[in-house]
Design a protein around this ligand. Structure first.
Ligand SMILES: [Zn+2]
Ligand SMILES: [Zn+2]
Length: 343
């Protein structure tokens, strides 16, 4: 089978290769991948920028956002049949540590993650434990289902920030995660969603406006604090989500948010500055988290099946596995919103 791998421990060692298809063991299923999303974290793993709880095995088939057809069942699997359309939930906890027992497998220190600690979805076939596949509703395409995992992170933000109808939201970074947040907060009844980005985000701003963004702010042209105070009658926004992955964005979230506001941080950088006294005086809540639990993944899938959320307009480029170098280059440039491999 064809697969896109990180071939060596050198940064950027991308290879499209041929390898034997895996066989499902007891309790596992073999899934034929139909669509799989390229995520910024795949780019960081490839370039040795990813720091995880365990070292990344080499060689590694990349990718963790995948959907396809069950093609073979391992011994003892009755919950599915060959031919079922399924989406892969990439994270598994050890199942017996305190955090796993409390329902937080995303806090497990011994977690396994498809495409990070074990082979991923950028291949024609993948074997996963049966608990990690979920049936795709009939009205959701493979492409859309492949985006369940990133959209689950957005469901997590909704759980944390608890938006009320009529509240205002600012999203820093109009990439795929930022635009998915835009759709989710609009569907949750936000009165205004404001996208904040840079000059290079021009195309992404256009897409965001088409998808319902009330305002877009290019911080290279406008002071974002002044602009957002103007839009919100001098108050600031009730919720800020930071998906820009820049340490400067952290301080900005504290400046943009209204008193009693909520801040959700996605930045993967190790250090940033913020003012604790601003946090105290404004009475803020700040949230951080990693990956997601099954509940959030399943709610994401339900939302994709509803008419409230349609992610297809985010998919700006489709590639075959053979075109991996070009696809990774496109993702690295950050011009496009979401890149998908089809097989
Ligand atoms: Zn991802
Ligand atoms: Zn555990």
């Amino acid at each position: 089978m064809k697969a896109i791998i990180k071939a060596t421990d050198q940064a950027g060692s991308l290879q499209v290769t041929d390898m034997p298809a895996p066989q499902p063991g007891p309790g596992e299923v073999l899934v034929q991948i139909k669509a799989t999303g390229l995520c910024y974290s795949d780019v960081t793993i490839l370039n040795n920028k990813y720091v995880g709880r365990k070292p990344v095995p080499i060689p590694l088939i990349l990718g963790h956002e995948g959907a396809g057809l069950i093609s073979e069942l391992g011994r003892g699997v009755n919950a599915h049949s060959a031919g079922d359309r399924v989406v892969i939930e990439p994270l598994a906890g050890c199942g017996h540590c305190n955090q796993c027992l409390k329902g937080f497998k995303n806090m497990c220190q011994d977690w396994e993650h498809v495409g990070i600690t074990r082979h991923g979805t950028f291949s024609e076939y993948i074997v996963v434990p049966v608990a990690q596949v979920h049936r795709i509703p009939d009205n959701v395409t493979f492409e859309e289902a492949a985006l369940t995992e990133p959209f689950g992170l957005v469901v997590r933000s909704l759980e944390q920030s608890k938006p009320m109808a009529g509240e205002t939201v600012a999203i820093l970074g109009p990439g795929s995660l930022g635009i998915m947040h835009l759709l989710a907060y609009k569907a949750s009844g936000a009165s205004k969603v404001i996208m904040v980005g840079l000059g290079k985000d021009r195309k992404r701003f256009d897409i965001a406006r088409t998808l319902g963004a009330d305002h877009t702010i290019n911080i290279e042209e406008k002071d974002p604090v002044k602009a957002i105070l103007d839009i919100t009658d001098g108050e600031g926004v009730d919720i800020v989500v930071e998906t820009a992955n820049s340490p400067k964005a952290t301080q900005l979230t504290f400046d943009l948010v209204a008193p009693r506001g909520r801040i959700v941080l996605f930045g993967l950088y190790p250090k940033a500055e913020f003012s604790p006294v601003a946090m105290l005086r404004k009475g803020l809540s700040v949230y951080g988290d990693v990956a997601q639990v099954t509940r959030q993944f399943l709610y994401a899938l339900k939302l994709l099946a509803s008419d409230k959320i349609n992610l297809l307009s985010l998919i700006t480029r489709r590639f075959s596995f053979d075109e991996a170098p070009e696809a990774f280059e496109v993702a690295r440039q950050g011009d496009m919103v979401k890149v998908i491999f089809k097989s």
